[in-house]
Write a protein that binds this ligand. Structure first.
Ligand code: URA
Length: 238
């Protein structure tokens, strides 16, 4: 597909449309090795485009992981409260990234952001069978009876039926929870129903993709192709 060069450069998320135009006019942009100085020039979407000698990623669909901090809403922008979209760096704002599913305001850890709606739908659908792994701190500790109830598939007080889930006590108030679905406050409600209220909750993994331990709280980074595939590979059996 042919696209205007300035639009293609802005689509990389690293430059605004006007910055892209300036860079092209200044002779800083090459397409397939040749300098192009007309921003309106139509080029192939898959072309090798370099700005200042550096190759641009021009794929339209992009995938990121965010290490969500507590105190931030998983929502589009909010006038009163900070949201995960406020954590997206300026140069990536043009990509129209959206969160994949939701974490509660006080939940931390792995949240995916993408502009690929079909991918987001696939990750969230219980039909995909993707396991989400959470680390929870409860008071008191979970016990063998809780593990059995999780495995059986719990019914919550309001009649909500949950799919069978995994639970593993780690001692010291900590446990790992494995769920295939993302019902409202699901992990908290399941543990609360067993008399084990959640004091802290962190998502560690989605499928076989684990939160990067090097990624600081509130920081995001692009996923590698292999990591995208890992999401759909099952890391844990229930
Ligand atoms: N379950 C919850 O209760 N909260 C979250 O944020 C995610 C899963």
């Amino acid at each position: 597909m042919l696209t205007r060069l300035d639009k293609l450069i802005a689509g990389s998320g690293r430059f605004s449309r006007s910055e892209a135009r300036e860079a092209v006019r200044a002779g800083r942009v090459t397409v397939g090795g040749a300098v192009i100085t007309r921003p309106e020039e139509k080029v192939d979407g898959g072309a090798d485009v370099c700005v200042d000698g550096e190759r641009l990623r021009t794929d339209a669909l992009r995938y990121f992981m965010l290490n969500k901090p507590a105190g931030v809403l998983t929502a589009a922008r909010d006038a009163r409260q900070p949201t995960v979209l406020d954590l997206v760096p300026e140069e990536l704002r043009g990509l129209s990234l959206q969160p994949v599913g939701r974490l509660d305001k006080d939940t931390t850890g792995l949240l995916l952001l993408t502009n690929d709606g079909a991918f987001a739908h696939r990750v969230m659908s219980p039909k995909s069978g993707i396991v989400k792994t959470y680390l929870a701190r409860t008071e008191p500790d979970v016990d063998a009876g809780d593990v059995r109830e999780f495995e059986r598939g719990m019914e919550l007080a309001d009649g909500t039926r949950c799919l069978p889930a995994g639970l593993e006590g780690l001692g010291g108030g900590l446990c790992l929870v494995y769920v295939h679905e993302g019902k409202y406050h699901q992990v908290k409600r399941m543990l609360a129903a067993r008399g084990k209220p959640v004091l802290e909750l962190k998502r560690l993994a989605i499928g076989g993709l684990e939160l990067d331990g090097e990624l600081g709280s509130g920081k995001m980074r692009e996923l590698l192709t292999d990591e995208i595939e890992l999401i759909f590979a099952h890391s844990h059996r229930l």
